[in-house]
Design a protein around this ligand. Structure first.
Ligand code: BTN
Length: 253
């Protein structure tokens, strides 16, 4: 049934990305690389990425039907801006939550999962001082598992979670509006003001193993601090804090 005739369907079409300049490409290597040349409050979306980039030079499957979006945000120079990846994660979770996605959680620093399957990944780049590129890869109606067999059982898609969800342009509008709104809050009251909301997104405390570029480190993860650093508690109660760039991989054990 089309959205036009289904009385239960929500109309998302009024969601525009106010205050943003939008660019759209059918095909590009990576929207984050295109955004490297854009100014603040500009965003670029592609239908397909041929060389989608994940964290630590991993490839990101970016087939047709997914949302591949990069948004350029102004940032300050203080250490609290290092928490922007978590702020962006909060924006994505807020939108998915409003769309009715259940069992949503974040895996530090910026994977968004439904139960144990990844629905969205974020990649933050800084190409020039004062501007951050927030790259959002959201599986919607694309088929990542068909593209990469190693993703079987590891990923999920919005189309399988929400019946009659928004179109890709509507999703883009919802995400960019929310991104601006969390940015405004962070800019006026710092990351501390968002911390309780962010810390609610990790779910219950869990045992994790961190790959610190070869060196492994285990402990319990419960929450992040006011700079977005992961707080790892070991069995003797000792505490270590890690920035996202220090951790190549976090494995839940
Ligand atoms: C990850 O989980 O490792 C991060 C994945 C980020 C993918 C998005 S898709 C839009 C933007 N362009 C890219 O090349 N990567 C990000």
């Amino acid at each position: 049934m089309s959205r036009g005739t289904d009385p239960r369907a929500t109309d998302w079409s009024n969601e525009s990305a106010q205050g943003w300049t939008l660019h759209h490409y059918p095909l590009t290597a990576s929207t984050n690389l295109l955004a490297a040349n854009l100014g603040p409050w500009q965003a670029v979306r592609a239908d397909v990425q041929t060389a989608g980039r994940g964290r630590f030079q991993r490839t990101w499957v970016s087939d047709e039907g997914g949302l591949w979006l990069s948004a350029v945000l102004p940032i300050g120079s203080g250490p609290e801006w290092r928490a922007l990846p978590l702020t962006a994660g909060l924006a994505v979770c807020t939108v998915l939550n409003r769309l009715g996605v259940q069992h949503l959680r974040m895996r530090w620093p910026n994977d968004i999962l439904v139960e144990n399957r990844k629905v969205c990944g974020l990649l933050l780049d800084q190409f020039v001082p004062g501007l951050a590129v927030v790259g959002i890869g959201l599986n919607v109606a694309n088929r990542p598992e068909a593209r990469d067999a190693s993703l079987r059982g590891q990923v999920t898609r919005l189309a399988d979670l929400v019946p009659s969800g928004p179109s890709l342009p509507e999703l883009q509008g919802l995400l960019l509006s929310e991104l601006r709104s969390v940015w405004t809050r962070m800019n006026s009251s710092g990351f501390g003001g968002l911390l309780p909301e962010v810390n609610r997104l990790w779910g219950p405390p869990r045992a994790v193993e961190l790959d610190l570029d070869g060196q492994l480190c285990q402990g319990e993860f419960k929450c992040v601090d006011e700079r977005g650093r992961l707080i790892l508690t070991d069995i003797s109660g000792g505490e270590k804090r890690f920035e996202p760039h220090q951790v190549r991989h976090l494995r839940e054990i």
